[in-house]
Design a protein around this ligand. Structure first.
Ligand code: SAH
Length: 399
C-alpha cells in the first residue's frame, strides 16, 4: 500500500477528525498512487494516522478511517448503517409525511466525497472524488443490503461532480434496477415530482426542507414571490398555506415545467385548494424583481444558485448578492417578509449577513432579522470540518 508521510506537526487537524490532507502538508510519498487509490497516511514521526482515497490536486487524501491502514470488508455497510441510524434518530426514515432525505452528506457523515439522497424507493449516489467513484458498485451493493427489498433502484449521478481530469469519464447510469422519472416523493405531506436523471444536482433540494416548513408558517394570506423557484419547493408550501397568490420565477424551462406539474398534482390530491392562485415565469429572476413595482409582494423567497464556486469569485459574488437582495428589500410590501439564502460554500455566514446589511442600508428601510437559517440536519456539519456548512439563510422583516 502506498504510504504518505506528512510534514512535521501537520497531523494536528487529522487528530481532530478533519478528513482532508492538503498536498502542501505532504513531506514524501512512498510509491506512486493512482487516482482514487486507497493510501495509508503517517505523521512525520511514522505514526499511522489513517487511510483514505488519494487524488491529485489541492486535497490530496480524503480520510475514510482514522488510526488504521485497512478498511474492513464490512466498511460500506457499517458506515451506511451508521448514517441510516442517524437519520432514524432525526425521525426521517419512518415518517408518514416525508419519504425523501439525504442518507450520506460527505464529510458530515465522515464519508468524504460521497453524497446519497433517498427518494422513496430510489437512492441517488453522487461521487465527488475519484476514489468514491471507483467503488460506486460496492456502495450500491451495501445500499441494497441495508434497505433490503425497499430499494428499487440506485442511480449514479456523478458525471458533473467527479473532476473531469480523471482518467475515466463518468456517465450517469443506474447501478441497480431502474425507475421512470419524474417519480414522486412526499415532503412534509406535499407531493413533488423529482427527476434525478435530468434535474439539477440529485434532482431535488432536500437541504431546504425545514426552511420551507418555516416559510409555510408565514405564507398565509400573503402575496408570495418565489425567486429561483426550481421545481417549486417553496411555492407548493406557500400554496398549501393558503397564501393569497404565489408567483414563481426560474430561468430553467424544465424546472418550471416540473413546477407546473407539482402544482397540479397537489391540487388533485387536495393539498392545494382549487382556488389557490399560481403564476410562473421562465425568466431571469434578477431582471424580474428589478422590473416589478413596489409593494406587490408581502413575502419574497430569494434562493439563488451558488454565485461563487471558488474564493476567486467571492467579491463579485457578494456584489451580486447585495444587488439582488437590495432589489427584494426595496420591492417588498410594508411589513413584508424576505427569506434570503446563499448556498455558496465560500461565502461564510458573517460575510453573508454583512452583505444583507449593506443591501438593507442601500434601500434605507428598517429591517429586522427574524430567523437565521441553515441546511436541514440530514446535511450535518462535522464540527471539525466547518467547510461543510454551506447553506445560510436570513428571514427579514421589512417595515
Ligand atoms: N429554491 C429551490 C432551489 C433553487 S436552486 C428549491 O427549494 O427547490 C437555484 C435555481 O436558480 C435553479 O433552479 C436554477 O435554474 C435557477 N437559476 C439560476 N440562475 C437564474 C437566474 N438568473 N434567474 C432565474 N433563475 C435562475
Amino acid at each position: 500500500m502506498v504510504k504518505i508521510f506528512l510534514k512535521r506537526s501537520r497531523e494536528e487537524s487529522l487528530e481532530r477528525f478533519h478528513p482532508w490532507i492538503f498536498s502542501g502538508a505532504i513531506q514524501r510519498i512512498e510509491g506512486s498512487p493512482a487516482e482514487g487509490e486507497l493510501v495509508a497516511v503517517y505523521s512525520f514521526d511514522g505514526e499511522l494516522l489513517g487511510t483514505g482515497h488519494y487524488q491529485s490536486g489541492s486535497i490530496a487524501v480524503r480520510i475514510l478511517e482514522f488510526g488504521t491502514d485497512k478498511l474492513s470488508d464490512r466498511f460500506w455497510i457499517e458506515k451506511l448503517l451508521a448514517s441510516y441510524n442517524f437519520r432514524r434518530k432525526l425521525g426521517l426514515t419512518e415518517s408518514s409525511t416525508t419519504n425523501a432525505y439525504r442518507l450520506v452528506h460527505g464529510e458530515g457523515d465522515m464519508l468524504p466525497g460521497l453524497v446519497i439522497d433517498i427518494y422513496d424507493d430510489t437512492a441517488v449516489l453522487q461521487a465527488h472524488s475519484a476514489g468514491i467513484y471507483l467503488v460506486r458498485n460496492q456502495i450500491s451493493d451495501a445500499l441494497l443490503e441495508l434497505y433490503g427489498g425497499k430499494l428499487r433502484a440506485v442511480y449514479d449521478k456523478s458525471s458533473g461532480t467527479v473532476p473531469s481530469r480523471e482518467i475515466f469519464n463518468p456517465v450517469d447510469a443506474y447501478l441497480f434496477g431502474e425507475k421512470a422519472t419524474p417519480a414522486t416523493i412526499l415532503e412534509n405531506g406535499k407531493i413533488f415530482n423529482v427527476d434525478w436523471c435530468h434535474g439539477q444536482k440529485t434532482g431535488f433540494f432536500l437541504d431546504q426542507r425545514d426552511n420551507r416548513a418555516l416559510m409555510e408558517h408565514y405564507a398565509k394570506s400573503r402575496n408570495v414571490l418565489n425567486l429561483f423557484c426550481y421545481t417549486g419547493g417553496f411555492s407548493i408550501y406557500a400554496l398549501a398555506a393558503e397564501s393569497t397568490s404565489v408567483t414563481s420565477v426560474d430561468s430553467s424551462r424544465s424546472a418550471v415545467e416540473l413546477l407546473e406539474k407539482n402544482v397540479e398534482l397537489n391540487r388533485q390530491s387536495g393539498i392545494i385548494s382549487k382556488e389557490a392562485l399560481h403564476k410562473s415565469f421562465c425568466t431571469d429572476a434578477v431582471e424580474y424583481i428589478k422590473s416589478e413595482g413596489k409593494g406587490i409582494y408581502d413575502l419574497i423567497v430569494v434562493d439563488p444558485p451558488a454565485f461563487a464556486k471558488h474564493k476567486s469569485a467571492l467579491s463579485n459574488a457578494l456584489r451580486a448578492y447585495q444587488r439582488l437582495n437590495a432589489a427584494a428589500i426595496e420591492k417588498v410590501a410594508h411589513g413584508g417578509i424576505i427569506f434570503t439564502f446563499s448556498c455558496s460554500q465560500v461565502v461564510d455566514k458573517i460575510s453573508f449577513a454583512q452583505t444583507i446589511f449593506s443591501a438593507a442600508a442601500q434601500t434605507g428601510r428598517a429591517v429586522r432579522i427574524l430567523h437565521r437559517l441553515a441546511q436541514a440536519p440530514d446535511h450535518p456539519v462535522n464540527i471539525y470540518h466547518p467547510e461543510g456548512e454551506y447553506l445560510k439563510g436570513l428571514v427579514l422583516f421589512v417595515e
